[in-house]
Design a protein around this ligand. Structure first.
Ligand SMILES: [Zn+2]
Length: 410
C-alpha cells in the first residue's frame, strides 16, 4: 500500500489523503482549507478520476463533518461512493439549506459503525468512533496488502465522549505500520479545559447573570449545546435555539441530545430565518408549536439562554432585552484574534453587554497525542493537520515527514 497526503502535511484544514494498493485507490477526507478565499475549485487536489471517469478510484471516506475535512465534496462525482457516519451524513444534509451557498452534497456509500470492518476492493476499513467537537467523528484503520495505516482524524479526550479515547487505548489495533497523526495543538498551548469544566463555568456565569445569556458557538458542536443546555437547566434557563439548531439536533437521531420539542428548550425563529422557514414546511410542521417570540424572551430574559449567531444582532438591538445580559464567546479564540468577530464585539461594546470566553478545544493536547502513539506503537508517525510538523520529532519517536503530493510506502 502507498499513500500520499495531498494537503495537510504542514497545515490545519483541507486534509486529503490518497491510498493506492493493487492498482486501486481510496481517498480519506477532501477538505477545504480553513482560510480558503474565493473560488474553491483551485484547492481541489490533483487526483485522477474525481469526475468518476476512472474506475480505480473506489471511494472516499470522510472522518467527520467539519468543512476542513469534506468541504470539497462538490468536486467529487456523485458516482463515487462516500463512507461516513450515518448521523454525520444526516447533519450535513440538515444543515445545508441554512448555509448561504449550501453545503457540499454527499453521495451515499458506506455508513461507519465503530469497530466493524468493511471491505472496499483491496482495502479493509475499520472506523473507530472518537471524541471530537464534530458529532459522529471517526479515526480510520485501513489495511491492504499486509500493511496497516491508522488515520487519527481529529480527536480529543476532554469532551463528553472522552472515555472512548481511554477505552481505545486499552485495546488498540496492533501492528500499525504508519500512523497519520493530527497535531492541531502541537506548538500551541496545551488545552486544559474539559467540556465538563465548560459546563461548570457556564453554570456559574448563568447564575450570576440577571439578564439574557447569549452563547456564541457552533450549533454543530453538539457537546457544547449539551453543556449550555445542562448549565441552563441547573439555573432555570430555557435553551433557545433557532430553526437551524432544531434541524441539526434532530439530525443527530440521538434521543439523549436536547431537541426543540423538549420542555427546557424553545424555538425562536429570528427575522433573518423567516423566509427560510417558509421553504421548509415539514420542519416547521414538526416544531412550530414549540415556538416562542422575542417579546416572550425579553419579558423575562433571565430565564433564557440563546444560542447566538451574529445575525441575531438585528433582532436583539431594538427590543431592550439586553439589560443585564452577558455574551459568551464559545469557540476557538484564534478566530476572534484574527478579527472574525470584530463586528459582534463592537456591537456588544455599544450595547454595554459584558463579554466572556468559555471554550474547550476539539483537539488532543500533546500528552494525549503521546498516549495514542505509545498505545498504537506504530512503525512510523507521519504528521498531518498541523502547522508545526517539524516539532513532531521533539515529542514522538519514529517520525517520518512526508510533504504534500509525495507518494510513500506505508
Ligand atoms: Zn474537526
Amino acid at each position: 500500500m502507498h499513500a500520499c497526503i495531498h494537503r495537510g502535511s504542514h497545515e490545519i484544514g483541507g486534509s486529503c489523503v490518497e491510498l493506492r494498493s493493487d492498482g486501486q485507490r481510496l481517498l480519506i477526507d477532501m477538505g477545504l482549507p480553513l482560510d480558503a478565499p474565493g473560488d474553491s475549485a483551485r484547492f481541489v487536489p490533483p487526483i485522477a478520476g474525481l469526475d468518476g471517469s476512472d474506475p480505480s478510484l473506489l471511494g472516499l471516506l470522510v472522518s467527520h463533518p467539519h468543512i476542513d475535512h469534506y468541504g470539497l465534496l462538490n468536486y467529487l462525482s456523485p458516482k463515487i461512493p462516500v463512507g461516513m457516519g450515518a448521523a454525520a451524513r444526516r447533519i450535513v444534509k440538515a444543515a445545508s439549506p441554512f448555509m448561504r451557498n449550501g453545503l457540499p452534497s454527499i453521495s451515499e456509500g458506506w455508513d461507519f459503525e465503530s469497530g466493524v470492518p468493511f471491505d472496499i476492493g483491496p482495502f479493509r476499513v475499520t472506523p473507530f468512533l472518537v471524541d471530537h467537537s464534530a458529532y459522529d467523528a471517526y479515526a480510520l484503520l485501513v489495511e491492504s496488502g499486509g500493511r496497516r495505516l491508522f488515520y487519527s482524524g481529529d480527536f480529543r479526550s476532554k469532551g463528553r465522549k472522552g472515555k472512548l479515547f481511554h477505552v481505545f487505548c486499552d485495546d488498540p489495533p496492533s501492528d500499525i505500520h504508519a500512523l497519520l497523526l493530527e497535531g492541531t495543538t502541537i506548538g500551541r498551548p496545551e488545552p486544559r479545559v474539559s467540556e465538563g469544566m465548560v459546563q461548570i463555568r457556564m453554570e456559574r456565569l448563568f447564575s450570576a447573570t440577571p439578564g439574557l445569556v447569549l452563547v456564541h458557538s457552533s450549533m454543530q458542536n453538539i457537546d457544547r449545546v449539551v453543556s449550555v443546555f445542562k448549565a441552563g437547566r441547573k439555573t432555570s434557563r430555557k435553551l433557545v435555539i433557532d430553526l437551524y439548531g432544531a434541524a441539526v439536533l434532530e439530525a443527530t437521531g440521538n434521543e439523549n441530545i436536547p431537541q426543540a420539542s423538549w420542555p427546557d428548550v424553545a424555538l425562536y425563529i429570528p427575522e433573518f430565518q423567516l423566509e427560510k422557514a417558509k421553504m421548509l414546511p415539514e420542519l416547521m410542521e414538526r416544531y412550530s408549536r414549540f415556538r416562542i417570540d422575542l417579546s416572550q424572551i425579553c419579558f423575562n430574559p433571565g430565564r433564557y439562554t440563546l444560542m447566538f449567531r451574529p445575525r441575531h444582532v438585528d433582532d436583539l438591538g431594538s427590543e431592550g432585552c439586553l439589560d443585564g445580559a452577558a455574551y459568551v464567546y464559545s469557540m476557538w479564540e484564534g478566530y476572534r484574534e484574527r478579527g472574525d468577530n470584530a463586528k459582534v464585539d463592537e456591537w456588544l461594546a455599544k450595547k454595554g453587554v459584558s463579554s466572556y470566553s468559555i471554550h474547550s478545544s476539539g483537539h488532543a493536547g500533546t500528552s494525549d497525542l503521546q498516549k495514542l502513539v505509545s498505545c498504537l506503537n506504530p512503525h512510523k508517525v507521519i504528521p498531518i493537520h498541523s502547522f508545526s510538523p517539524e516539532r513532531y520529532r521533539e515529542v514522538f519517536p519514529s517520525v517520518e515527514m512526508h510533504g504534500d503530493g509525495e507518494w510513500w510506502e506505508v
